[in-house]
Ligand binder design. Structure first.
Ligand code: SF4
Ligand code: SF4
Length: 164
């Protein structure tokens, strides 16, 4: 049994719908995986990640270089909202929004856990410095850029939440 205290962090006490804007944004671990070009296998429906980043993605920091206007510049950019999380099969298993949506906890490397904004990168869980921009890749060459990234969350990385 889990006893909630006033010291429990917001992601354990609030639903995704209840979080304010600052809390919602801070859930992102900055891994950058969602901003990579993904290829869908038309036969199996499986998604394959590449090492090619969106045109607005800073390949060294994994930050969107125009976050405020991202949707108008990149129409395919998906703005995450709580009601959309059940229909984003391509989101990595390690995505914090997906983890919380599935009732799991954040991984040990998450900046909200460590208190260090770089901890996702130092834990080897981000794509920072390991990718190239789509600006430098011919679309026909994308299949040769398919890459497997660390997506899986081991049981020891997070702990399951008890149902409320
Ligand atoms: S996959 Fe999730 S946690 Fe990682 S950058 Fe995208 S939204 Fe943030
Ligand atoms: S526009 Fe920004 S947030 Fe959207 S996919 Fe590209 S880099 Fe990511």
């Amino acid at each position: 049994m889990i006893v909630m205290t006033t010291r429990d962090p917001f992601w354990k006490t609030k639903s995704l719908y209840e979080m304010n804007h600052e809390e919602w944004e801070s859930l992102c671990d900055g891994c950058g995986k969602c901003c990579l070009i993904k290829l869908e296998d038309v036969d199996t429906g499986a998604y394959h990640y590449t090492n090619v980043g969106c045109t607005l993605l800073d390949t060294e920091t994994c930050q969107c270089t125009n976050y405020a206007c991202r949707k108008s510049i990149v129409p395919d950019c998906v703005i995450l909202k709580p009601e959309r999380l059940d229909d984003l099969p391509w989101m990595p298993e390690s995505c914090s929004y997906r983890l919380i949506y599935e009732g799991r906890d954040l991984p040990f490397w998450h900046p909200l856990i460590t208190g260090h904004p770089e901890s996702t990168h130092t834990a080897g869980q981000s794509v920072a410095g390991k990718i190239i921009s789509e600006d430098h890749v011919d679309e026909d060459d994308l299949p040769s850029h398919i890459k497997i990234w660390p997506h899986n969350i081991a049981p020891e990385d997070t702990k399951e939440k008890e149902p409320k």
